[in-house]
Design a protein around this ligand. Structure first.
Ligand code: NCD
Length: 351
């Protein structure tokens, strides 16, 4: 693996090796104190973040490496109109690995075309968030023993929630996972993921009610309604507060259920759930740091490799207004297949 852009691109064996490494780090952190000694990580956060940014920073520091970057693009040349390509070409000359969060879908893929060093996607708009998926799978494997055969409820804003999209891509690599997709009709999963699940023969059912399915679940993954992604504020008002998990609702749940959440939570899990032993969302955040340590050990220690030259685009072929090709007009018109359908290779939207 050179870059981590989409969890779907990570072979199962590579994930198993990363998980094994993350487990070893958790058990014997002192053995890894110098694993990234002398290595430098650049973190470019074009969008707000607490956990992801902090956990990458602490991961690198705990491995003996160092970090620079910005958490607010207004303080960088981006505010002067610099292209993503130029920013990446420049910082990839300073750093050994680049962690990037950007509001445009496909931005990390775009960055990877121009970087001499590995790019890690720390969230590209409402599209993907593969390192959150590493945190999620680490949590499930550590606490449940395995991911195979589980019934997983994904609840909330499945349209805009990138953590859910990445998790669905990842689960295609495991056996007999059943998905209960719990969302209001307005916020159901994007069609390309429906096609993806079909192409990968993944059992799933789309429902609007949370309570009726709770007793069947091994994992309940709650998500926030992603206010910042709504074009129409009234649509947000209609959907906010739609699912609220309380302690009372957990009464009929399995004793072994894991209640997960990528955080930050707004109101979708009441505070009285925090003391239930099934609530593991704060552990999940901590496991994420170890998973990121395992990833950084691999990627920050790679050789620099100048990327191949790519075609210069003239106008976007993708019609998704949130796709990075709409704002970075020089990007090449890359296409990929999802089943039989031609899709944008940056944001996955059907062409
Ligand atoms: C998530 C994100 O940024 O997508 N947060 C995180 O990285 N842990 C979830 C969210 O913002 O709702």
């Amino acid at each position: 693996m050179r870059h981590l852009i989409d969890f779907g691109d990570l072979p199962r064996e590579e994930w198993d090796a990363l998980y094994a490494r993350a487990s070893q780090i958790m058990d014997r952190p002192q053995d890894y104190m110098d694993a990234c000694h002398g290595r430098v990580c650049c973190s470019l956060f074009y969008e707000p973040s607490t956990r992801t940014n902090f956990s990458f920073q602490t991961a690198m520091l705990r491995l003996g490496g160092s970090v620079f970057g910005f958490a607010d693009p207004k303080s960088s040349s981006v505010a002067k109109g610099e292209t993503l390509k130029d920013t990446i070409k420049m910082v990839s000359g300073y750093a050994d690995v680049v962690v990037m969060r950007n509001p445009m879908e496909g931005a990390a893929k775009a960055a990877s075309l121009y970087s001499d060093v590995p790019i890690i996607n720390a969230g590209d708009g409402g599209h993907m968030h593969p390192t959150q998926t590493m945190a999620d799978l680490t949590t499930i494997t550590r606490l449940h023993g395995s991911v195979d055969g589980l019934s997983v409820g994904l609840c909330g804003d499945l349209k805009n929630g990138r953590t859910v999209h990445s998790l669905i891509k990842a689960m295609a690599k495991f056996k007999n996972v059943k998905f209960f997709l719990i969302a209001p009709r307005d916020l159901a999963i994007p069609d390309y993921l429906r096609q993806f699940m079909k192409a990968h023969d993944m059992w799933n059912v789309e429902v609007t009610g949370l309570e009726p399915v709770i007793p069947q679940l091994d994992v309940l993954y709650m998500t926030r309604i992603q206010r910042e992604r709504f074009v129409d504020p009234l649509e947000y008002e209609r959907n906010k507060g739609i699912y609220i998990l309380s302690r009372a609702k957990l009464e009929r749940a399995k004793p072994s259920l894991l209640v997960m959440h990528p955080l930050p939570r707004v109101d979708e899990i009441t505070i009285d759930v925090d003391d239930d032993p099934r609530a593991v969302y704060f552990d999940q955040a901590r496991y994420g740091m170890f998973a990121r340590m395992a990833l950084l050990m691999d990627l920050a220690n790679q050789e620099r490799i100048a990327p191949d030259a790519v075609e210069i685009g003239t106008k976007p072929v993708c019609h998704n207004p949130r796709c990075v090709t709409q704002s970075e007009l020089y990007l090449p018109p890359l296409v990929k297949k999802n089943g039989d359908v031609d899709c944008c290779a940056f944001c996955d939207a059907p062409l």
